[in-house]
Design a protein around this ligand. Structure first.
Ligand SMILES: NC(=O)c1ccc[n+]([C@@H]2O[C@H](COP(=O)([O-])OP(=O)(O)OC[C@H]3O[C@@H](n4cnc5c(N)ncnc54)[C@H](O)[C@@H]3O)[C@@H](O)[C@H]2O)c1
Length: 419
């Protein structure tokens, strides 16, 4: 059994704490935010994740998990704090710096520090090892340091934490082996060992791969519509090729990973990552394209009411970080549109435009499906149609049942469909 301090109890840290605690480890969950600590203590966590509540309850009943505002003495420290970008698209590593500095007072010889936050290559060495050395410890002898990125999917975090393969990058072999033992206490996946800087880069190129492929699909969607093709049919057929896997187009890319991580490479590459930069540019342009198409559909935007169905960046989760819906709302409002949003997964009050279904669609000129929440498939087009001003819907996810809506009298436009 290991005593583990998890620093940062957000989307990643809280489930990690719960999984470690329910697999025989003693866990101290640390967060500077009271609400995040209460999520752990109350056993009623937000954001919701299937299986998380049960794991937390089990860990609490067994006395294996506690919450604290600051790091406490432990054998292992796992850092899961945010790594957003600044306004000029540079990695903001201040949270990693603070989290590392805050654990130094309780650090002792023999301890292991694992950085899980997604970071630019070299961060574990420069920031974490730098602070440890500055405190008088020798990295690799007194204190072991490793980087182990997270690759879970929101909505399946608990399952994927246990089942996914992981990459572990130690500052030396001993650190890799010690980190492997920590993850081996719960992981059923393969644990691949490498050095810290390679592991940092691996995480970034995984998400950059996806960003580039989504940008490709988005470009194809725009072109397909112009030349009179249905991109969804074309992609389905192209993906019958055994070595082709084209991703889905959509209104843009959101979340704390794919929309952020490529910038960490672009920043370090100093002009040599033009391919990644172009993909980012293509994907960040998509909200403008959605607004342009909405303008075409309505023949003008000023004074219109438009309802977005979905604020979250992804289906069936409540996370609106970097969501393209936020950009679409800002662009529509700048064009004099009265915007409303319905998203039953996003916490009430997150933005002023968020309301219940009937209020949000009432007197609307156009509905835009911005998120593929399962619940939107179950919407009754007759009921919604009785509330709106115009029965017009623009599906940017190719998600609703077009025939069902058309047979209820709706005019349905779909991204990438020109026939
Ligand atoms: N969310 C994902 O799906 C996902 C997937 C893979 C990797 N990641 C990476 O994991 C890291 C964490 O992401 P997240 O989504 O869990 O972030 P989050 O914002 O949900 O949670 C981070 C938590 O850290 C806390 N925190 C900040 N500074 C702190 C400090 N000095 N001491 C203690 N607590 C502190 C915050 O209060 C917050 O509760 C990021 O680097 C992210 O890129 C996230």
């Amino acid at each position: 059994m290991s005593k583990i301090c998890i620093i940062g109890l957000g989307y990643i840290g809280l489930p990690t704490a719960a999984v470690l605690a329910s697999n025989g480890n003693e866990v101290i969950g640390v967060d500077i935010n009271e609400r995040a600590r209460n999520n752990l203590i109350s056993g009623n966590p937000y954001p919701e994740e299937p299986g998380l509540q049960e794991l937390l309850e089990k860990a609490r009943e067994n006395g294996k998990i506690t919450a604290s505002e600051s790091p406490k003495e432990a054998d292992t420290f796992i850092i899961c704090v945010p790594t957003p970008f600044t306004l000029d698209k540079k990695a903001d590593l201040s949270y990693v710096e603070d989290a590392t500095n805050n654990l130094i007072p309780v650090l002792k010889k023999g301890d292991l520090i694992i950085l899980e936050s997604t970071v630019p290559p070299g961060t574990t060495r420069d920031i974490v090892c730098g602070a440890v050395e500055k405190a008088g410890f020798t990295v690799g002898e007194d204190v072991l340091v490793a980087f182990c990125p997270e690759r879970v999917m929101p909505g399946k975090i608990v399952k994927e934490l246990v089942e996914n393969d992981r990459v572990i990058g130690g500052m030396n072999e001993k650190a890799s082996q010690m980190a492997k033992a920590v993850y081996g206490s719960f992981s059923k996946g393969q644990l691949y060992l490498t050095d810290a800087t390679t592991a940092e880069f691996v995480k970034l190129i995984e998400n950059s791969f996806r960003d580039i492929n989504i940008a490709f699909a988005n470009e194809l969607a725009i072109v397909s519509r112009d030349i009179g093709i249905d991109i969804w049919e074309a992609i389905e057929l192209a993906n019958k090729h055994p070595r082709v896997n084209i991703h889905n187009p959509g209104p843009g890319v959101g979340g704390h990973c794919i929309a952020v991580d490529p910038y960490f490479i672009i920043e370090m590459a100093k002009g040599k990552a033009s391919f990644l930069a172009l993909a980012r540019e293509k994907n960040t342009h998509m909200p403008s394209y959605i607004v342009e198409r909405s303008e075409e559909i309505l023949g003008g935007l000023s004074g219109k009411k438009i309802t977005l169905l979905g604020l979250a960046y992804k289906g069936d989760i409540g996370d609106p970080r970097e969501s393209p819906a936020l950009d679409i709302i800002a662009l529509l409002k700048a064009k004099g549109v009265n915007c409303s949003v319905f998203d039953p997964h996003v916490e009430e009050g997150m933005i002023p435009e968020l309301t219940g279904l009937d209020d949000s669609v009432k007197d609307s000129d156009l509905l835009i499906i911005t998120t593929d929440h399962s619940i939107f498939k179950e919407l009754d087009p007759e009921h919604v149609g009785s509330l709106v001003k115009n029965k017009m819907v623009f599906d940017t996810r190719h998600f609703i049942d077009r025939r069902k809506w058309e047979s209820a009298g709706w005019n349905v436009s779909v991204i990438g469909v020109g026939k």
